[in-house]
Design a protein around this ligand. Structure first.
Ligand SMILES: Cc1cc2nc3c(=O)[nH]c(=O)nc-3n(C[C@H](O)[C@H](O)[C@H](O)COP(=O)(O)OP(=O)(O)OC[C@H]3O[C@@H](n4cnc5c(N)ncnc54)[C@H](O)[C@@H]3O)c2cc1C
Length: 491
């Protein structure tokens, strides 16, 4: 094996994680091939939306307008264990809302973006085998074809073939409760549905029959407990039977658009990288949908990994950069799994968890508690460990207004950015250039001399994923930070 490659990176799986990752790689000129098992995109609606950090990510890549056009903005409050609370004030984001958008639309928009930036996607193409050496990864497809690339990323969902082939451990809790899910029409008036649902939800939380859109469709969520067999997808009769068991009526449901089922397993991959193969999204972590975080987590994995893997392929990655993907993202997923476990407990209708739920609900009346939990769900509170330093260090930079426009509007290319306010008040032409310089890294890092009324630091260096890598005003100090993230300078 070895030699020159036509494909730099193979991405297995064209879900939201795979598409986001492929686009990020392409932004840096990397040749990407996405392999997707399914011949057609699925109609199944799993995720119902995006939280603030993912909305920011879309904004940072110039995709927000398309998402806003197809989505609905909801208040950010009330997501933690479904405890109804108003949105906290002063959320640290220019996008203090949750964007309701069904997953097939998210998948479609991310796919369109990927194609636009030059990603090749092969559907009906299942990865079944994998081998690697020091220089090369070989992927074997179901039809016997072998493809070679420098790296491969498994974005192939919770049952990831890539993870299994790598033999990476996936410890955690198995599925205990299965739930049926589908979109269909009902044969009774909507008011009757609402009355029954309100009554049933007093004793069962993983249950819902609610209208969606304006085509007379209802989304049905009903426990599968007691249902014989493990049919995927379930049949319409399965759904009727479970509705009768749980609600005492099947609401006359008929004409399903699609039917599906999901479990509540909670697991986290032990390693996100084995040599030249990496894992991202559901392939690396699975959990029940409490709080609606899985897709968000996967898209943000991709946002963290993309520029680092591109740096590796393009030959300028400093030592340890690619491994920082695991170091930074594994703890984030562990924290999400934990908050989902906590939410799941709080959704139990047993007296003990109910008492804890009441107590937490009281605590959430304190603005700070409500904000803390909302930031957890919205992934705004994440701080990677870049060492001691300014409070912004390791956090993602929120969008701020500059003299020449919005900060995020200048980040669409996915490059590093030195935002330099040191020249902003200067009178001489020289000083207007700022006191700092990224000379030697100009091919990887933009230098922006501008000023923001919302930003009280002389200068900051942002990685392509928007996380703050350095804060200060001293050039020598900056020269210490640049190589850590952007490698050696070129003359
Ligand atoms: C009921 C439900 C509700 C949810 N609600 C939310 C929500 O509100 N918010 C949220 O953020 N998340 C939610 N999620 C989670 C979200 O759907 C997933 O986290 C998300 O789809 C993960 O994206 P992914 O790209 O990592 O994996 P997937 O979307 O599973 O994509 C994996 C892709 O890989 C392909 N594939 C698999 N094996 C192979 C192979 N061997 N070769 C090639 N291709 C392969 C698959 O066909 C698939 O297209 C919900 C999940 C469920 C079940």
């Amino acid at each position: 094996m070895g030699g020159s490659f036509v494909i730099d990176v193979i991405v297995a799986g064209a879900g939201p994680t795979g598409m986001m990752l492929a686009s990020e790689l392409r932004l840096h000129g990397v040749q990407v091939l996405v392999l997707e098992r399914d011949a057609e995109p699925t109609k199944v609606v799993r995720s119902l939306g995006m939280h603030a950090r993912s909305v920011e990510v879309m904004d940072q890549r110039g995709l927000l307008e398309q998402f806003l056009a197809l989505g609905t903005q909801y208040p950010t409050g009330g997501f933690f264990a479904g405890i109804p609370k108003p949105s906290p004030e002063q959320l640290d984001t220019a996008h203090p809302y949750t964007l309701g958008i069904p997953q097939p639309l998210t998948d479609r928009l991310l796919t369109e973006h990927a194609i636009e930036v030059g990603v090749e996607i092969r559907r009906d193409c299942e990865l079944v085998g994998l081998s690697q050496d020091d220089n090369d990864v070989a992927a074997e497809l179901a039809d016997g074809t072998r493809l070679h690339a420098r790296y491969l990323v498994g974005c192939d969902g919770g049952r990831s073939t890539v993870r299994k082939l790598l033999g990476v451990g996936f410890p955690g809790e198995p599925t205990r409760i299965e739930t049926l899910l589908g979109e269909m029409e009902v044969g009774v008036p909507p008011e009757t549905v609402a009355e029954v649902v309100t009554e049933v939800r007093k004793t069962r939380r993983w249950f819902g029959v609610g209208p969606i859109g304006d085509e007379g469709l209802f989304r049905v969520v009903v426990p599968a407990a007691g249902l014989a067999g493990d049919r995927t997808p379930p049949t319409m009769e399965d759904v009727r039977q479970q509705l009768r068991v749980v609600a005492g009526t099947d609401f006359g449901v008929h004409s399903p658009r699609w039917l599906s089922r999901f479990g509540d397993a909670t697991r986290l991959a032990e390693r996100y990288r084995v040599g030249r193969v990496l894992l991202a999204g559901d392939a690396a972590h699975i959990h029940p949908p409490a709080g609606g975080q899985g897709l968000n987590l996967g898209v943000q994995d991709a946002f963290n990994l993309g520029w680092k893997l591109a740096a590796e392929v393009n030959g300028w990655a400093p030592s340890g950069l690619l491994d920082s993907y695991h170091t930074e993202r594994h703890p984030v997923a562990a924290a999400v799994l934990d908050n989902v476990r906590a939410q799941t407990e709080l959704m139990s209708v047993e007296p003990g968890p109910q008492a804890v739920r009441r107590l937490l609900s009281e605590l959430m009346d304190f603005e700070e508690v409500n904000r803390y939990l909302t930031e957890k769900i919205a992934a705004l509170g994440i701080r990677y460990d870049f060492g001691e330093g300014h409070e912004l260090l390791g956090r993602r930079m929120r969008d701020v207004g500059l003299k020449r426009g919005r900060l995020y509007g200048l980040m669409h290319g996915g490059r590093g950015l030195l935002l330099d306010q040191t020249g902003a008040d200067a009178r001489s032409a020289d000083a207007a250039l700022g006191r700092l310089s990224v000379a030697g890294w100009g091919d990887r890092v933009d230098h922006l001399v501008d000023v923001s009324e919302e930003l009280d630091v002389p200068a900051l260096l942002m990685r392509p994923d928007g996380h703050v890598a350095w804060v200060g005003e001293d050039q020598q100090d900056l020269l210490g930070a640049l190589p850590r993230w952007f490698g050696t300078p070129v003359n």
